[in-house]
Each structure stands twice: as C-alpha cells, then as structure tokens.
Design a protein around this ligand. Structure first.
Ligand SMILES: Nc1ncnc2c1ncn2[C@@H]1O[C@H](COP(=O)(O)OP(=O)(O)OP(=O)(O)O)[C@@H](O)[C@H]1O
Length: 236
C-alpha cells in the first residue's frame, strides 16, 4: 500500500522531513504520532504527491509520488486537518459536491448510509453546514471520505472535535474498514486511541522517525510509547 524510503521534504527553507522511512501493508492501520510541528501533516501531503520530495521516494498503491498527485489521489481517501465544507450547502449537498469533484457518483441513499455510519444526527442531513458544530463538520468530512470507497485512506487528526463517544465510534469504524480490506494511515494526538486500534505506531520528531512500535499479543507497550514521546519532545 505504502512503501516510503528516505523521504526528504523542505518547507520554508527548513528540512521538515528528514530521511523518513514508512511502510503500510494491506489491511493495516498505522498511527503517526508526534508533537506539534513534527512533520505529520507534511508526511501525508508528501504521500499524496501534493508537496515535492527533495530526496527519497515513496510508492503509494504501486505509484511513485514523484509521478504526481492525480493518480494517487484518485485511489486514496484523504481527510485534511481542517476539512472545509461549504456553509451554504447542507451536509448531503456537501458530500455530493465533494464526491463529484473526485469523479464519484453516488446516490442519496448511500450518502445517508454513510451519515448513519458516522452517527451524524438526522436533523443535520439537510441543514446548512453554517449551523454545524466542529464535530458535525468532521463527521460529514469523514462520511465523504468513506463514500469514495478507496483501498487506502489518509486521515489527518480525524478525531479532532469529536466527543468521546464519537471518538470510540471512529475507532470501531476504522477497525471495520480494515476488516473490509482498507488500509488506514492516521495522524493523531490521541495516544490512547492509537494504541487501542492501530497495528503500528510511528513516532516522529523534527521530521525524523524516532520510534517504531508494533502491536504485540498484549497490545502496545504504552509506557514505552509515552517515554519515547516525552523524550522526543524534550529534545525538540
Ligand atoms: N506551508 C508551510 N511553509 C513553511 N513551513 C511549513 C509549512 N507548513 C508547515 N511548515 C513547517 O513544517 C514543519 C512540519 O509541519 P507539519 O504541519 O507537518 O507538522 P505536524 O506534525 O502536522 O504538526 P501539528 O501537530 O501541529 O499539526 C513545521 O516546522 C512547520 O512549521
């Protein structure tokens, strides 16, 4: 699904990804964690081919990110850190509009099914997005991602703005996606949620991979992850 080797990205004259290796197999969930400015969102943008590599390469669904964003984005769901909705459109209209931009035709019934999956309240389906809370907006954006039915989804802070019940629901949702054959990379600040759900956790600091954790038979070693996280942030 993803095989990235020694990715280097420069932004604003600084090296913000530094020799980053990353891999994600079929039916896997990878959580990317790290402090503010560690390079998590940049990693997603580089994997989508949306920002150029100054070094290294990454194969995403068998295509090099150096070959451009179009072919990768066509097969990869992406939830940006700040998902935008059009305020004057309803939840359903927003989903239909963004899907049409991605060249995906879908029925009203499928959109409603996706809203049920993310537990968007029914009263919101036909209400204008200007009346939505942050969490409701996030649910519409996640539902729109699901409707693309891509084999790979990159989520940038998907649980931001969600209440605790909705966060739990999101983790069950991505577990179901994994069972259905989808691979997921998620950037998150939620260490607990990541260790509940992910197969692998990658810790970034200053654009470098500083920790790499696999789920063992007893889950993750949360103490080791927290210690590595604290050490990385002390250095940063
Ligand atoms: N458009 C930009 N131009 C220049 N530098 C940028 C730009 N966007 C991000 N950066 C820098 O790149 C580095 C990595 O940023 P990135 O947004 O990837 O971090 P992050 O780990 O996602 O952080 P956060 O948890 O705060 O969202 C930071 O040092 C940031 O200042």
């Amino acid at each position: 699904m993803i095989e990235a080797s020694k990715m280097v990205v420069e932004r604003g004259g600084n090296t913000v990804l530094n020799q980053l290796d990353l891999s994600l197999g079929p039916k896997q969930i990878l959580a990317l964690i790290g402090g503010n400015g560690a390079g998590k969102s940049t990693t997603i943008l580089a994997l989508l081919g949306l920002i150029p590599l100054a070094g290294g390469d990454a194969q995403v669904l068998g295509k090099s990110v150096r070959s451009g964003a179009d072919s990768i984005r066509a097969q990869t769901g992406y939830l940006p850190e700040q998902a935008a909705l059009y305020d004057h459109l309803s939840a359903s209209e927003n989903a239909a509009y963004f899907l049409s931009l991605a060249g995906v035709e879908t029925s009203a019934a499928s959109i409603e099914d996706a809203f049920v999956r993310v537990d968007l309240p029914k009263r919101a389906w036909d209400a204008r997005a200007s009346t939505f809370s942050k969490g409701m907006r996030q649910k519409v954006a996640i539902a729109t991602c699901l409707l693309r039915e891509t084999p790979l989804i990159l989520f940038d802070e998907p649980t931001s703005g969600l209440d605790p019940a909705a966060i739990d629901d999101f983790h069950r949702l991505i577990e179901n996606l994994r069972e259905g054959g989808t691979s997921v990379l998620m950037v998150t600040h939620d260490l607990f949620g990541a260790s509940e759900t992910a197969d692998k956790i990658l810790l970034l600091s200053q654009g470098r991979r500083v920790g790499d954790f696999d789920r063992g038979s007893d889950g993750f070693d949360s103490g080791a992850i927290r210690a590595a996280f604290s050490a990385a942030n002390e250095v940063a």
